[in-house]
Design a protein around this ligand. Structure first.
Ligand code: NDP
Length: 408
């Protein structure tokens, strides 16, 4: 018998709310809050229709800890799932600390005026969460989130230590829009246009952004999806993974991009519409990126016409358990856009991101994950998490394969 408060009712938040309702034996009372009431109410209606479950909806401006504290006092949750935007992470963590409520999120904190994300701001809460005796689970989506658990799982099951990690994320799907992002456009474009970093022998190596000349890419033959051009990208889970697996010598993150997508990114950058600094427009200040977000399709609206699959996984090389030989394993999930739409009315990116925080919350509430403090997913037992995730729509496959070459 637990009460959950979900903050954020976008593409990801909708899936999270549906999955909590499907698991109503664990989440006996569900509260869904967002900046405005329209999206939470639409989700509430759909949940009632599909699952016969009643949820409560609220408005909150989660930029302000005081508002979140008031909502927590009113709804009395056992856990808060933050599926709003990275800008709200610290205010929601402050509110959880003030009210002694567990916390789960999806993406690390990012200041609005700087396209830069890292864990330092949230890791700084470690002693305060410890002292309060509550848990914060950071980055519990798919990547970060399940990818962290995949690496922890392979490490636990097959290896004494791990040396090389490649995380590969393919969206082999198509929709009817000429350009759209699969999650919040502002956060997505900030992430994919930044300078790229990967880990090599104890150092971060820098390479150009994915849409610039000199970006690093290669063709990877994905299971089910086939060969896809995959670009080196910096992704936040690498920061915590290299900290928690210090034996790792090389870690890279790859994501598939089509030429059309990259061309759009180049044009946006060259005309300045993806800038995040305010400009004067007819006597008022506007941020071009915020204006661009308002023009682009809402990622949730892509779901109806989305076909194809996502394939996300990790290739890990290490010293095999109890032996001296080097071994390589590939662990991955395949998710079908149309199937997700049939189940919860969402596309596969929202689905793969929105289910894991529900399972992470379950792990905390049911005691499979215990402890006080701030945790990244790889620090927690991956087995009950991945097992429960598989029962909730996100299965995984492990195969032997060759490592990827050092130079690509
Ligand atoms: P959306 O933009 O679709 O939804 C964001 C939601 O948060 C909206 O309901 C929005 O309300 C609400 N919100 C925004 N600002 C506030 C605020 N100040 N107070 C309260 N609510 C607010 O984003 P997505 O659903 O696509 O993404 C959600 C999060 O998931 C993002 O942080 C994203 O980075 C992360 N993500 C993580 C992934 C992973 O695998 N780890 C993958 C994909 C996404 P309104 O619409 O009224 O503004």
């Amino acid at each position: 018998m637990s009460t959950v408060l979900i903050i954020g009712a976008g593409g990801v938040g909708s899936v999270t709310a549906h999955k909590c309702a499907i698991n109503k034996k664990v989440f006996t009372k569900i509260h869904l809050a967002s900046r405005t009431i329209g999206k939470p109410n639409a989700i509430k209606k759909d949940i009632k229709k599909r699952w016969g479950v009643d949820i409560s909806t609220h408005t909150v401006d989660a930029d302000h800890a005081k508002e979140v504290i008031a909502l927590i006092k009113k709804t009395k949750p056992d856990i808060v799932i933050n599926v709003a935007l990275p800008y709200q992470d610290l205010a929601i963590m402050d509110a959880c600390l003030a009210t002694h409520v567990h916390y789960v999120d999806m993406a690390n904190y990012e200041p609005k005026d700087e396209a830069h994300f890292e864990y330092s701001w949230q890791w700084a809460y470690q002693s305060r969460f410890k002292k309060a005796g509550i848990m914060a689970v950071l980055g519990a989506g798919f990547d970060p989130g399940v990818t962290n658990a995949y690496i922890a799982y392979l490490n636990k099951k097959y290896f004494d230590s791990i040396t090389y990690v490649d995380i590969l994320d393919a969206n082999a799907g198509s929709h009817d829009k000429s350009f759209a992002t699969n999650f919040n456009p502002e956060i997505n474009i900030r992430e994919v246009t930044q300078e790229v970093k990967h880990w090599n022998k104890g150092k971060w190596m820098k390479t150009p952004p994915v849409m610039h000349e000199g970006s690093v890419h290669f063709t990877f033959d994905y299971p089910v999806a086939g060969p896809r051009e995959s670009y080196l990208l910096f992704h936040e889970e690498m920061e915590s993974l290299v900290k928690h697996f210090p034996s790792v010598e090389r870690m890279r993150f790859w994501m598939t991009f089509g030429q059309n997508y990259l061309t759009h990114l180049r044009v946006m950058e060259s005309i300045g519409i993806s800038r995040i600094d305010p400009i004067d427009f007819k006597g008022q200040k506007i941020v071009p990126m915020e204006f661009l977000k308002a023009l682009l399709p809402d990622p949730a609206s892509l779901a109806k016409k989305y076909t194809g699959k996502t394939v996300i996984g990790c290739i890990v090389t290490g010293k095999e358990k109890g032996g001296r030989r080097e071994k390589t394993k590939y662990i991955y999930n395949v998710c079908d856009h149309a199937k997700c739409f049939k189940e919860v009315g969402s596309q596969a990116i929202s689905y793969t991101a929105g289910v894991p925080p529900v399972i992470a919350a379950m792990m905390v509430l049911q005691g499979a994950w215990k402890g006080a403090g701030v945790f990244n997913v790889e620090q927690l037992d991956p087995e009950p998490f991945l097992k429960t995730l598989a029962k909730n729509g996100l299965t995984f496959t492990v195969v032997d394969r060759k490592p990827l070459p050092a130079k690509l």
